[in-house]
Design a protein around this ligand. Structure first.
Ligand code: BGC
Length: 516
């Protein structure tokens, strides 16, 4: 996710090298993204494995093998959905705790907490003897995601030299997609290990957790976090080391200024509720919501289950998930290369058109060719895989990375962290809703489920065209002047705010004239 808290005012021209320290810090931290991706990708494959279903969800196992069972309802089981979704609910709750932990103890300890939670979660899952252990493990992994997703993007954006910040942020999203892909590949391999394959898949999350845990012992706390917590000398020393330079005074002064300003805002959440913050709040929150209502995570979580539903064998289903994982990772590279030249709005609309076509064609194929108990003709099953790939590519070069990037760049400094927290938690709660509801929706709405997401895609496309200002190339501290005040709809909120400020200043002046 490219959801970094963006650059502070004026920081774009500081001298800074891409030192070995920076590189190491970013690679280690990005493993937080990899772990997030691994968790997204692993659950779908595992929930389609017979051994796993037999042990924890025997009724689903029986239904799956009942010839008469309705294709669309084979997997409809709220506990099975809870296995996938519980992680995101825990992540949402924990991201609030993590945002406080980040501020009070620093980014590095928050990442270390994340790796600890991940490790406990992976061990609990790999050793699970019953559903309770399994769900407890998922909740620990969710806590890891909550802590990791709050700390890692912040850490990367604070440690990276300004001119490499954008690319390093996008790499974080790229590592999420790598995590998903590796998880798909591991599922493909472990599905052949009868009896215990799922344990290896779930326990595999321990590897990136250990890398993050041990790696974090080698890296520095960010200068911003040290200065924010009053450790100014340590902050200056860390900045010199990270930048590989002695003359870091200007950047240091800028960090001190920004942290002092941010510390003055005692109630960022209250500030965010003001009418003048409405444009950013509405756009940031809706983008996070829309990102999930594209239906992307239906594919990420349930692709193997979905492919089995249409009649693929177990291996073919897992292989198809590997293919969609590859498409996801490769297409994300496209955004890294083109997000700043094509612009956000173009990519969002183009991606939406592609996803709309994908959802409609997939829904159409299922409506015509998949009844309750048949298998889809092979030709159409293959077309379905292609259509899913078109959909995934559309998401990966638009709403995927931009659904995180835009909320991170549109808020002014005084509401930035609070506003970003809103976007993160909206994303997590919507991920939870989709993960929890999809299999039930498939059972009741059948192929219409895909048209449900298609309607959402039309809504988000219209929203982008009419309500989202272009933010490409605009420094974040000039966003108000150059994006919001120029927008046909949102400008009235900014103008009202300016008028209120002016009349406030005028009243102050009048009062001082009278008192003289
Ligand atoms: C989304 C995840 C999604 C992933 C897929 C991220 O941007 O937030 O929910 O699973 O992209 O690559």
């Amino acid at each position: 996710m490219a959801h970094a808290i963006a650059v502070e005012k004026g920081s774009g021209d500081f001298p800074a090298k891409l030192t070995g320290q920076v590189f190491l810090c970013c690679i280690v931290a990005a493993f937080g993204g990899f772990m997030f991706g691994y968790d997204i990708g692993i659950s779908g494959g595992v929930t389609s494995m017979d051994d796993f279903l037999k042990k924890f969800f025997p009724t689903v196992y029986v239904k799956k093998h009942e010839a008469k069972e309705d294709n669309y309802c084979k997997y409809d089981n709220e506990y099975l959905q809870l296995f996938t979704s519980s992680l995101y609910l825990a992540a949402m709750v924990c991201s609030l705790i993590a945002s406080k932990c980040c501020r009070r103890f620093g980014r590095k300890p928050t990442m270390q907490f994340a790796s600890l939670f991940f490790l406990i979660g992976a061990v609990l899952n790999a050793a699970a003897m019953n559903l309770g252990m399994l769900i407890a493990g998922r909740i620990c992994l969710g806590a890891g995601v909550g802590f990791g997703n709050q700390a890692v993007p912040l850490f990367i954006s604070e440690i990276a030299p300004p001119k490499y910040r954008g690319a390093l942020n996008c790499s974080f999203q790229l590592l999420i997609t790598f995590g998903i892909l590796i998880a798909n590949l591991i599922n493909y391999g472990t599905s052949r290990m009868v009896g215990y394959g799922w344990r290896i898949s779930l326990g595999g999350a321990a590897v990136p957790a250990l890398i993050l845990g041990f790696g974090s012992l080698l890296i520095h706390e960010t200068p911003t976090s040290l200065i924010e917590r009053g450790k100014k000398d340590e902050g200056l020393a860390a900045l010199k080391k990270i930048r590989g330079l002695e003359n870091v005074e200007r950047e240091y002064d800028e960090i001190v200024r920004a942290t002092e300003m941010a510390n003055k805002i005692k109630h960022p959440f209250r500030n965010l509720m003001k009418r003048s913050s409405r444009p950013q709040l509405v756009c940031g929150t809706l983008l996070a919501l829309f990102q999930q209502f594209t239906g992307m995570n239906v594919i990420m979580f349930y692709a193997p289950v979905l492919f089995q539903t249409v009649g693929f064998g177990a291996n073919a289903s897992l292989l198809s998930a590997v293919i969609t994982g590859c498409v996801n990772a490769v297409s994300t590279v496209v955004t890294i290369l083109f997000a700043d030249s094509f612009g956000r709005r173009f990519l969002l609309v183009e991606g939406a058109i592609q996803m709309l076509a994908g959802q409609c064609v997939a829904g159409g194929i299922l409506a015509v060719h998949l009844q309750s108990t048949n298998a889809i003709p092979e030709k159409y099953a293959h077309i379905l895989v292609i259509v899913v790939c078109v959909f995934v590519a559309g998401f990966a070069w638009s709403w995927g990375p931009l659904g995180w990037l835009i909320p991170s760049e549109i808020f002014p400094l005084e509401t930035r962290t609070a506003g970003f927290f809103f976007a993160v938690s909206t994303n997590m709660i919507c991920t939870f809703i989709i993960a929890q509801a999809f299999l039930t929706m498939m059972c009741h709405m059948k192929s219409a489920t895909f048209f449900f997401f298609a309607v959402w895609i039309v809504v988000m496309m219209c929203f982008t065209i009419f309500f989202l200002p272009e933010t490409k190339g605009i420094p974040i501290d000039e966003m108000n002047e150059r994006a919001w005040k120029k927008h046909w709809y949102w400008k009235k909120y900014c103008i009202e705010e300016d008028e209120q400020k002016k009349s406030g200043d005028q009243a102050d002046e009048d009062r001082s004239v009278i008192s003289q």
